[in-house]
Design a protein around this ligand. Structure first.
Ligand SMILES: [Zn+2]
Length: 1015
């Protein structure tokens, strides 16, 4: 795991994505003595005066608000009996230019500080800690640094590193050049070679600007809120970044990363007093107050007349036909973020207006089938000072722009006249109630992410925690038609601060950028004095030397072996059979919510059916059912459950390579009292949906195909690894056709020449074949067996009558052995960066060498790949990991240089042979610790035992793996590296991106290029 790879600079980010963990953090209340710290208002603790203490009943916690007397630093502590403790320090960062200063600063403070003068201490702490989360995030107007851990020693260690990084960073000139931007000779040693722009953030933002939805989101905010900081690109516009100087960066740090502009947060059951004492003594007491008025964002003055704008973007090579690749967004500036009831109400209103087949915009816009569905801007964004409501569509023809505008106007008028249906309102309110009860995996972090934007603008954060009060007010108001009318009138009909923005693809988009970049480069180069030229040359050499230098990491704190304890215990699982359905039951502390998961086998599907399986998953609950039409069914579902989940499920056999289970994972949860209703809903699905509505099927197919290409660039390394794995394993060949680039390309083909009745009959045949009680195995998590078992038994017996007997519902698919040639796949894409991967098949999870390879993957990531691929070659990230099927994956992320990176992957074993001295006790322990960090992630109540259910991975197997990881020796690492990673081992490779300028294939490899339908 490399947390910062998920730290994509955010535009309209509504929810922070959890990284790809299979397990989730535990946030359950354990029955333990309440550890109240007894802080009371008016008292002073280590320089902090406590100003507020509030009990937040709905979350069983106490909130303490404190202010540092000298610097006025604000501090929020949420005391809750949860072992997954969180700490965060954040600043309001509101630049008035697009040089990307806050973003580059976020990177540069992580290049070493006074006490910890090492590059990338967060990355290095990943190997020295048991953190359950570590990250740094730059938003449009704030930057914050959160982490979480269950181990108090570890928590204190991380706190020290984090605080020193933000308050005492070195911000050296070379770090600025490395992370921000620089001119460098294309051949470092050759003074006569061309100069080029380099820099981690420079490259990152070139990547971000080639992602169409990021670009549209950025331009939209800049245009609808043009005054002040939102008029600029906080992450940095590649064409403006080269104006930033090292001096400006340092000044920005001293004014914005000042305690008087800081907000500090802690959550969990570790004592607050330690935090206050450490903060005060080590940092805050050394500062004077600095009025943070420079960072305040004023509310935008409202427009008198609406406005229009148009922008262009790159052609999506893997998208639908070019004349349909246009987007439109209509946005309204709503209330101020600090008006918490208004923003809460708008969240509900937006859901009523936009989400699901009963909402007004779905009926008037989506069901017209004139687009590929809502675009990524659509929704209510309350992350910035002036909140925004946006309704937008992707994949529309230009000729439909006017029509769409009129429909939007008409729809709002209709809502004003008719209001919302009562049961529709009830279902939305039910969703709010259920989400309060649901023990979300990272509770303390989620609270932080929700509060930070509000706190950033000095909003009433303690009131915002009292969600039940807000909800009861909302209930009362929404049921009053007059209230709804007034809200629609105020925020939409009489609102003139609206923007209609369209976006069209331009085949010259990249050329325009490249020309502008070349022009900028030329002007920079022409302006250089002889002395400056000389220093560019020497800086390049100095930076390269600094990157090669072996650092002394002993200054960083590190957990010790005896501070690492096995904390997980075997879950109490029960296995039984009701009817003939095998069940895994788990009684757990689920807070009044019952959870259902099931797997439907798909091994019987033929290849035509399999290629449409992901589409089937997308549509299965969107049609009429036996007893309900699709609109009523949706109401029924959302009134009593969390919604129905369907996803493709492929599980490799943990003991036998090249054997796998294929299926569809289905899931839902509900309040305990709604269990029978939830089971009735599933029974309805098992009666089979009716797919005869061809108009609806056509619309859903268009929306599905449109949704496929968004997100490819953000997760390019995942797609690249998936594609490379498919070249060496038939399990992954199957995965690739269900969720990889192959699926994207296949679906474009289907969309081009489909016959809707063929699609309907295939979808229907999948339904007939797999939605059967005799094809289901299920798991339930609940807190009260007496209320749950009877309904579950009735459900199973109705679905699958018969006598309980030993049934095995896992059908293993045997795969054919792949052809052992070294193959490569270049998925060409018109983006300026690449995602590279190489995959070597090794051994199964239960094989004795697997834990050795697992530790090796961490070792080569931190000692070899990260320093070379990221720090030296300028990629945003690079590393190695082993997947459960035994594939050893190398990857790089947003990489400017694919050819060199592939060589770096190939040379791993040679590098190891030359660097055996690096395999010392500390490095070995660190590599193990970072594996334990993954393995010891707390498991939330409703996920207990789920690895056994889904992957056949028992607690005992997990424990054996953990013991083996701890037992790995130095000799083991060297041995498995030589044996499995040698450059002549059979492997698959994949590059996504513009690798065209560099030949990728080596003599012994067969490469194939895919260029997408729009090339
Ligand atoms: Zn970044």
């Amino acid at each position: 795991m490399y947390a910062r790879i998920n730290n994509r600079w955010t535009l309209l980010q509504k929810r922070i994505k959890a990284s790809g963990y299979r397990n989730y953090a535990d946030s359950t209340l354990k029955k333990k003595e309440w550890v109240s710290t007894n802080f009371s208002p008016g008292n002073v603790y280590h320089g902090f005066v406590c100003t507020d203490v509030e009990l937040v009943k709905e979350y069983n916690m106490t909130a303490y608000f404190l202010t540092h007397e000298k610097t006025k630093t604000e501090y929020l502590h949420l005391e809750r009996d949860d072992s997954n403790n969180v700490f965060s320090v954040g600043f309001r960062t509101t630049p008035l230019d697009s040089m990307g200063t806050p973003h580059i600063l976020e990177h540069t403070v992580l290049c070493g500080s006074e006490k910890y003068p090492v590059r990338d201490p967060f990355f290095k702490m990943l190997n020295r800690s048991l953190a359950t989360f570590m990250n740094a995030l730059t938003g449009p107007d704030y930057t914050f640094y959160p982490f979480s851990s269950q181990n108090e020693v570890d928590y204190r260690n991380l706190q020290k590193v984090y605080l020193d990084a933000v308050f005492r960073p070195n911000l050296s000139r070379l770090d600025f050049l490395q992370e921000g931007w620089r001119l460098e000779h294309s051949k470092l040693e050759d003074k006569n070679s061309d100069l080029v722009f380099k820099g981690v953030v420079y490259n990152e933002m070139k990547g971000a600007f080639s992602e169409t939805s990021s670009l549209f989101g950025q331009k939209f905010i800049n245009t609808i809120l043009p005054k002040g900081t939102y008029g600029y690109v906080s992450g940095g516009d590649p064409l403006c970044i080269p104006q930033l100087t090292h001096e400006h960066l340092k000044t920005f740090h001293s004014t914005y990363y000042h305690p008087s502009n800081a907000r500090i947060y802690s959550y969990g059951n570790f004592p607050l007093e330690h935090n206050l004492q450490f903060l005060n003594e080590t940092y805050l007491s050394k500062y004077k107050y600095l009025d943070p008025k420079h960072s305040v964002v004023s509310p935008q003055e409202r427009w008198k007349v609406p406005s229009r704008a148009s922008v262009s973007c790159r052609v999506d090579q893997y998208g639908g036909s070019v004349d349909k690749q246009n987007q439109i967004a209509i946005g309204y500036v709503m209330s101020d973020i600090t008006q918490i009831y208004e923003t809460f109400m708008m969240t509900a209103l937006a859901e009523l207006m936009i989400l699901g087949p009963n909402s007004a915009f779905y009926k008037s816009l989506i069901e017209k089938n004139i687009s590929g569905g809502y675009n990524s801007l659509t929704g209510y964004d309350n992350q910035i000072r002036d909140t925004l409501f946006v309704i937008g569509l992707r994949d529309v023809e230009k000729s439909n722009f006017d029509k769409i505008e009129n429909i939007v106007k008409q729809t709002i008028d209709d809502i004003f006249t008719k209001g919302f249906e009562k049961d529709h309102i009830e279902s939305v309110l039910h969703g709010f109630e259920l989400s309060i009860k649901h023990q979300s995996p990272r509770f303390g972090l989620n609270l932080l992410f929700n509060l930070m934007p509000l706190w950033n603008h000095d909003g009433p954060i303690l009131d915002a925690l009292k969600i039940n009060e807000l909800l009861s007010e909302l209930k009362k108001n929404l049921m009053n038609p007059r209230y709804v009318k007034d809200a629609i009138e105020k925020y939409f009909i009489l609102n003139n601060h609206t923007l209609i923005m369209t976006m069209q693809p331009d085949p010259k988009f990249d050329d325009i950028f490249n020309e502008a970049e070349a022009k900028l480069l030329k002007s920079k180069v022409n302006a250089l004095t002889a002395k400056e030229k000389e220093s560019i040359y020497s800086d390049g050499i100095a930076l390269s030397d600094a990157q090669k230098k072996v650092e002394n990491l002993d200054v960083l704190p590190c957990l010790k072996m005896d501070e690492v304890a096995l904390s997980k215990t075997a879950p109490a699982l029960q296995h039984t059979i009701f009817g003939t359905i095998p069940l895994q039951l788990c009684e757990a502390n689920t807070n009044g919510v019952t959870y259902f998961k099931g797997v439907l086998g798909t091994d019987s599907l033929n290849s035509t059916q399999r290629s449409l399986l992901p589409f089937f998953i997308y549509v299965v609950n969107k049609f009429d059912m036996k007893n309900y039409n699709y609109r009523d069914f949706d109401k029924f579902v959302s009134k009593s459950t969390s919604g129905l989940g369907f996803m493709a499920h492929i599980a490799e056999h943990v003991g036998q390579q090249e054997q796998y289970e294929q299926g569809v994972l289905i899931s839902s949860h509900c309040l305990d009292e709604n269990l029978r209703k939830m089971l009735d809903i599933w029974a309805e699905i098992f009666e089979k949906p009716n797919f005869e509505n061809s108009e609806r099927m056509t619309m859903l197919l268009n929306n599905y195909c449109s949704s496929l290409t968004s997100g490819i660039i953000d997760s390019g390394h995942t797609y690249a690894m998936q594609a490379a794995r498919s070249l060496v394993s038939s399990v992954d060949e199957c995965k690739e056709s269900l969720m990889g680039m192959k699926h994207v390309i296949d679906m474009q083909g289907i969309q081009k020449k489909f016959n809707i009745s063929d699609i309907q009959s295939t979808v229907n045949s999948i339904s007939e074949q797999i939605i059967k009680g005799s094809n289901l195995r299920a798991a339930f998590h609940y807190s009260n067996a007496t209320d749950v078992l009877k309904p579950v038994e009735d459900f199973c017996k109705n679905l699958c009558p018969g006598d309980a007997q030993e049934v095995n519902r896992i059908t293993w698919t045997d795969s054919r052995p792949p052809n052992k040639t070294n193959r490569g796949l270049h998925i060409s894409m018109n983006i300026p960066v690449n995602f590279c991967s190489k995959v070597i098949p090794t051994v199964a999870y239960t094989h004795a060498d697997y834990p050795k390879l697992r530790v090796l993957s961490r070792f080569v990531t931190s000692k070899y790949l990260h320093p070379i691929v990221r720090e030296k070659n300028g990629a945003y990230g690079g590393g190695a990991m082993i997947s459960t099927d035994g594939a050893f994956n190398f990857y790089s992320y947003r990489d400017p240089n694919s050819r060199v990176t592939l060589d770096v992957f190939d040379e791993t074993a040679d590098w190891m042979a030359k660097n055996i001295n690096l395999v010392d006790d500390q490095n070995l322990f660190e590599a193990k610790l970072s594996i334990l960090q993954q393995m010891d992630q707390p498991v939330t109540e409703y996920m207990k035992g789920i690895d056994l259910f889904l992957y056949g991975l028992s607690y005992d197997m997990w424990k054996t793996q953990r013991e083996r990881v701890l037992a790995v020796t130095k000799e083991d690492l060297v041995q498995v590296c030589g044996e499995y990673l040698a450059s002549d081992r059979w492997a698959g490779k994949c590059v996504i991106g513009d690798g065209a300028s560099q030949p990728l294939a080596r003599a012994s490899e067969q490469w194939e290029t895919v260029s997408g339908p729009q090339q």
